[in-house]
Design a protein around this ligand. Sequence first.
Ligand code: BG6
Length: 499
Amino acid sequence: MKHLQNPTFPKGFLWGASSAAWQVEGGVDEGGRTPAIIDLNSKTKKPFADNSITADHYHHYKEDVALMKECGFTSYRFSLSWSRIIPHADRKVNPKGIEFYNNLINELVAAGITPIVTLYHYDMPVWVDEKFGGWRNRAIIDEFDFYVRTCLNAFGDRVKYWLSINEQNMQIVYGKWLGVSKGCTDWDKEKWQINHIMNLCHAKAVIACHELVEGGKIGPVPGYVPIYPKSCRPEDQIAAMNAEELTQKVWDDLYYFGEYNTFIKNYWKENAIDPKIEPGDMELIKSAKIDFFAINCYRSDVGMAPDPTFLQEIGLNKYGRKGEFIYTNIPGEYALDRNPYVETTDWDWHIDGVCMRYTMRYMWDHYHLPMIITEAGFGAHEDLDENGEIHDDYRIDYLRDYIYNLGLAIQDGVEVIGFNPWSFTDLLSTGNGMAKRYGLVFVNTTDDDVRDLKRYKKDSFYWYSKLIKSNGQEWGKDMSEWREFSKVSQIASDIKDAK
Ligand code: BG6
């Protein structure tokens, strides 16, 4: 059998990891920060979530950056907290909030790490929600623009990679889970209005970045979950396409082409949905030209023709027990299902490195824009063993497979500029608190006991460090053994080679 060479990564590839302010910082009442809706939303999911301390990065950021440097990072993706920067409705900029991010950015730059900054990652300030009713009111567009411009002006001299809104698609698809639906009476219809307002906010951010940041580049952050058809039954293929549209393509087309695609316009018509699009809106959206796509890609799903009547809401496996995830079913469009060909995490997320290659190929074929991976990762139950160590070989296998497939996508001709998995240190999961850990570095704290918050390097830290310091050459296992593991990629590569 003909083997592929080790994939190679471009010179200057941005190797790092990723986080979000509300999930990693803690210090929620410090330095003038006021609450965000997600703080409150998290607490309703108790006992598994409370972000008031989490990894306490607010107080440990120097130590964390030193660890990133030791690991060999050349990038770090993190988000800014709106309510730390503008804590109240009076638009007064909080000097302490600016100071915290200045310190973090300066620390990164001094360590030779390129900052990649998300402007908005789920944490709507309570004051914005109270004043405008969250994303439901168009008045938020100006307020968001003011916040974004404040950030670009404050940090744009050192930050050149900007991300607008994290996983806008998932905020609409999982709106109830992430608290975006707060205040809505008919979410299935209202979500498209909210989405339109988010599109306008995204567009404003793109325009502002190009206006204010010399050499600045900006892109959106879709969460990408490829949907494979469950079978070669033609109806399953169409269902999988419907699912791709309704969970991601509608957003990606909008960001790239500046238009709502025909699929969604028909869907709205069929479902009597009529988001209010005002004169000038589409011109604004079209004028906002993105520079790249930042992609979050953890897993794939399987789509099949749905039962015509049965509606199953998206179910989340809160407590990390296999087999408890409830797969969505949208009558008339699609149903999702378990993929028997791949393993799952304790939260029933499919573990599928090939989905990384699929995503890269799909996005490249449709949009031909460079991409940065801003999330991928393995959530697991973990605690220190008697030697104070974490042997997370499952995470190493996961990362190896995803990075290997990313390398194959690069060989396929896709332009990728960086890989920043979720997460550097352990941090709060969106719905499972500290019980679901993703970090390369263990943080000694649990949901019930704050402990001492000390950092411990997991095995994956050492493995990842070797790989990235060699720019993707040191895989830590014989490649032939590894190729055996990545059978599907291998078969695909062999077919390609044989042509
Ligand atoms: C991504 C989000 O979709 O998934 C992160 O951008 C989130 O904020 C990550 O933490 C993992 O999801 P979860 O629910 O396991 O925390």
